[in-house]
Ligand binder design. Structure first.
Ligand SMILES: Nc1ncnc2c1ncn2[C@@H]1O[C@H](COP(=O)(O)OP(=O)(O)OP(=O)(O)O)[C@@H](O)[C@H]1O
Ligand SMILES: [Mg+2]
Length: 354
């Protein structure tokens, strides 16, 4: 059993508060991703779980035991960082074996564990090489191998792929997912890359300025963002968000009368932030079927999709993602359908979902 519980975690550096009370329960075997912009406190939270940083308040428990006063080396965790910090003078084998030797693990057991990790990570042919004779992705695999051989209760990852080029990141992302499917060790993974987060996570914690804005499965967070911040952060291109006032059963964004989402509490006069994802806007067959008309500003033909940046009646901007086969030109007038089930509304003042 290695459930990780984070309860009321606060952290201040001097008089600067960076974590404002974070609660989360990561189930045994779960892959939890901490996602948020730079500086929001992801690494600090992970380092507190690891014991490399001491919280100002709150408890961390691993496997049912409060570990606040337990040294990092006794927490039975293994951490993989962005800079893999391999020993340059040691072979791949010795890099993986090093931690076990220091702990006095018997030689045959070291051999067994290193070979097993090498098999899982497809490093067997590279065991005799030095780190400088490896590619970036191979080095990152060795860093993971070093964590696996420890057979920890929990893996902690802090942006392990950010030193790799785009293609290798995609490949390693799949390998990490596969690795987790085979060994099922409870994992906490920090990233600011939302695609990485969406593809790896069983659940994710979206963090903003030291707060946990939302905890949920990736699609849950995509479909029902709990706040304007999450709505704007998850999804690329970002959700269209417009300030509006509820009037006559419509969301009035300047001169544009937009349909309302299917949500309770949208009373006359309420100030809201209205939202729709670019991929949920549809082209209407004609003006008669349209909810709203836009004028095309700019077209980005990406192949599979075409991104259209358009303007509403009074100048409010709307981005649409249309199939790549759509032929649209700058200056075109487009009739659009905005299906109520795909619309979002947030309280204008608090930013919380309505
Ligand atoms: N030792 C420290 N002393 C003072 N402030 C710190 C210290 N470590 C981190 N901070 C501050 O705490 C905040 C959170 O930092 P943290 O490293 O946790 O962010 P992060 O979410 O991991 O960001 P990134 O994506 O850039 O790695 C930042 O504003 C940072 O400047
Ligand atoms: Mg960080």
């Amino acid at each position: 059993m290695a459930e990780v519980k984070i309860a009321g975690i606060r952290k201040s550096f001097g008089d600067v508060a960076v974590l404002h009370g974070i609660d989360a329960a990561i189930a045994d075997g779960e892959f939890m991703v901490l996602l948020g912009p730079s500086g929001c406190g992801k690494s600090t939270l992970l380092r507190i779980v690891a014991g490399l940083e001491t919280q100002s308040a709150g408890d961390v428990s691993i496997g049912g035991r409060v570990v606040n006063d337990v040294e990092p080396k006794d927490r039975n965790i293994a951490m993989v960082f962005q800079n893999y910090a391999l020993y340059p003078h040691l072979s791949v084998y010795d890099n993986m074996a090093y931690g076990l030797r220091v702990r006095g693990t018997p030689k045959p057991e070291i051999e067994r564990r290193v070979q097993e990790a090498a098999r899982i990570l497809e490093l067997a042919p590279l065991l005799a090489r030095k780190p400088r004779q490896l590619s970036g992705g191979q080095r990152q695999r060795v860093a993971m191998g070093r964590a696996i051989v420890r057979d920890p209760q929990v893996f902690l990852f802090d942006e392990p792929l950010s030193n790799l080029d785009a293609k290798l990141r995609v490949q390693m992302r799949i390998e990490i997912r596969r690795l987790h499917q085979s060994i099922r060790t409870t994992s906490i993974y920090v990233t600011h890359d939302q695609v990485e987060a969406m593809t790896l996570a069983d659940r994710l914690i979206v963090m903003n300025a030291g707060h946990a804005e939302q905890v949920g499965a990736p699609l849950e967070v995509y479909e029902r963002p709990a706040s304007v911040f999450v709505a704007g952060f998850i999804g690329a291109p970002a959700m269209n968000l417009l300030r509006a006032r509820v009037a006559g059963g419509r969301a009035m964004a300047g001169a544009a009368a937009l349909p309302l989402p299917l949500a309770a509490g949208l009373d006359e006069g309420r100030e809201v932030t209205w939202g729709v994802r670019p991929e949920h806007v549809e082209l209407a067959p004609g003006a008669a079927e349209a909810d709203v008309e836009v004028v095309v500003d700019l077209v980005e033909a990406l192949g599979a999709d075409t991104l259209v940046h358009a303007r509403l009646a009074d100048g409010g901007a709307l981005t649409l993602r249309l199939p790549g086969t759509t032929r649209v030109r700058e200056g075109d007038r487009l009739p659009l359908r905005l299906p109520p089930a795909a619309l979002h509304a947030f309280d204008a003042a608090s930013g919380r979902r309505i």
